[in-house]
Each structure stands twice: as C-alpha cells, then as structure tokens.
Design a protein around this ligand. Structure first.
Ligand code: SER
Length: 320
C-alpha cells in the first residue's frame, strides 16, 4: 500500500485529487499539505492535513519522514497570468517547491508526480496536433518553470534514479475549488457566472483555441500514469494528454444552447491574449496513449451538462 503526500493539496487539483487518492489507496494513506492555515483547516475536515511551506526543506523532509511517505504529488504552482505579474516570485515558488520535492525524493526513495502544462509550449511550437517532442520556447515565467521542471524531472530520474512522472495538463475544468491566476480559468468562471448572474465578460479572445480537460479525466490520467509499468515508459517528464479543445466562443455557445438568456461579451486582457495565442490549439497525445493507455472519457457536451448541474446545485446550496 502506498503512503502519499499531496503538497499544495488545497488548490484546484489537490482538492479533488486527495479524495480520489483516498478512494484508491485508503483514507489513512493520503496526507494533504498546504501552506495556508485556513486551507489546512478545510482539508482536515475530510483528510489528514498538515501545514507545510514547501519552500522550507527541513519541515518538508520531516513531514515525509514522520508520515513514512513513499509518493509525493507536488501541486504547488503560481499559474501563468499571475506569474506575469510577479515573475521572480513565480520562479521562486514553482522551482523552489519542485527542487525540494526532488531532493527529498532522492534521499528517501519517494516517487514524484508534478504537473507540467500546455504552458510549457510557446509561440513557435507547432500549434496543431502539437507533437510530444517538439520546440519548447515558452514566453511566460510559468512556462519557463514548466520546461525547467520537465528537464529536472528527467535529470533526477536518470542521475539519481528518482521515479519522476508528469503530464502536460490542458486547462482543467472543475467544480471543486476554483483555479486562480491562469489563462484557462475563464472556462471555469463562466459556468459560475452563467448560473448566478446569467452573464459573463471574458478576458481571453473569442477565437483562441486551447486544450481543456474535465477534472475526472485529469484525476484518472494522474493515477493511471503513476501506476503505469515503468518498463513501458519511453517518456517521463512530461506527457502530452488531450481531451477536448475549443475557443471561448464555442464554449459560450454551448452554454447559451442550455441557458438561452445567457449573455456574454469580451474585454480582452492583453497579457492573457498573448499567452492564449502562444499556446497550442490541440495536442497530439499518442505517446501517452501507447505508453500507458491514456484515453479520456469526457467530451465537451457531457462536460458542459455536468458543470451546469454542479454549479446549479452549489448555487442552490448557497455555496457561491
Ligand atoms: N491552467 C494553466 C494556466 O492557465 C495552464 O496550465 O495558467
């Protein structure tokens, strides 16, 4: 049985990954860690939760030892749009947490999962059916961190034998915790606004295609890759995974089909526009499919129906 630490456990992914891991590996074998005391308090209602600043290497190592951890999911991240507001802080947090994770894993034999992202690609990457191995020259600090993280993951694997694995997540659409500071966040926010106010103003250009994935598929990808037979893995850091790809306009029309009174407009944020256009339109995920049998389940229509159902339920319960 595994002993798992989810670092950054209170964010968009962690909030849903922790219960997903509990279901697979048992409640007592999953420890959620977060830097914010109020988030730790929330996490402790449904899991063993500890406060951890992932930049504090000594406390991090102590927790790994205390809970006899053998697998670390490092989800600490400052996302693309926020990263552009404070690039130095983005580097410090994203790389600091990852380096501590890898060093501790090297000393203790832990396996490591760290997300990479579509943000690892840049304007001169082929945008259509973006290959697994291709040009990676991102022009955001978030992307620079993701490419560096991929290289570090492979380095710690080949140099120190750390079992590092990673996927390049598309924008993740979910209804647990909100994302924050990302370019793809619009595809989550719009559902909440459509249900509550019937209208939405989008900061991303109407025609900017980006890969997206619904949370259940993102969770499935994570645990499936971590369980994959290492002998089949040609790649490790990091796999393209694809599920759906659409523009804001295409998403908003789907919502309007279901809520005829829904209205929307655009007030473009130039930073988000530049980022969105620099990222791929759709990824080629054939390596993930052949090396560990990746296959998404959720399509766009089912995702839109499910998001609206979840947001309506949350709104009726007074949750937002
Ligand atoms: N969702 C992230 C962002 O928009 C991309 O990985 O920054």
């Amino acid at each position: 049985m595994k002993r798992i630490l989810v670092v950054g456990g209170g964010g968009q992914i962690g909030t849903e990954l922790v219960p997903h891991l509990q279901k697979i590996y048992g409640y007592d074998n999953v420890i959620a860690a977060d830097v914010k005391p109020d988030v730790v308090k929330r996490l402790s209602l449904t899991s063993t939760a500890v406060r951890l600043d992932a930049l504090d290497a000594d406390s991090y190592a102590e927790i790994v030892k205390k809970y006899k951890i053998d697998s670390i999911y490092n989800l600490v991240a400052l996302l693309s749009a926020t990263g552009e507001k404070n690039p130095r802080l983005a580097w410090k947090i994203n790389m600091g947490a990852l380096l501590n994770t890898l060093n501790i894993a090297g000393e203790t034999g832990c396996a490591v999962f760290t997300p990479s992202s579509i943000g690892a690609f840049g304007a001169n990457t082929p945008h259509n059916k973006t290959p697994q191995d291709t040009i990676m020259r991102p022009n955001t600090m978030y992307g620079v961190c993701k490419v560096s993280g991929e290289l570090l993951g492979d380095y710690y694997n080949s140099r120190f034998g750390v079992d590092t694995r990673s996927v390049r997540f598309p924008g993740i659409i979910s209804n647990g915790a909100m994302p924050g500071g990302g370019t793809t966040d619009y595809a989550v926010e719009v559902f909440y606004k459509a249900v509550k106010e019937g209208r939405y103003t989008c900061e991303v250009p109407a025609d900017a295609y980006m890969d997206m994935i619904y949370m259940p598929d993102a969770l499935k990808a994570t645990t499936q890759l971590m369980e994959a037979d290492p002998l089949r893995l040609i790649h490790r850091n990091s796999f393209n995974i694809a599920s759906m790809s659409f523009t804001p306009e295409q998403l908003f029309r789907k919502i309007k089909e279901r809520i005829p009174d829904f209205s929307y407009d655009y007030s473009i944020d130039p930073v988000k526009a530049q980022i969105a256009y620099s990222w791929p339109d759709c990824l080629d995920d054939s390596c993930a499919r052949s090396e560990w049998d990746w296959k998404p389940v959720w399509g766009m229509d089912e995702m839109v129906d499910d998001m609206l159902k979840a947001c309506r339920r949350k709104f009726a319960n007074g949750e937002f």
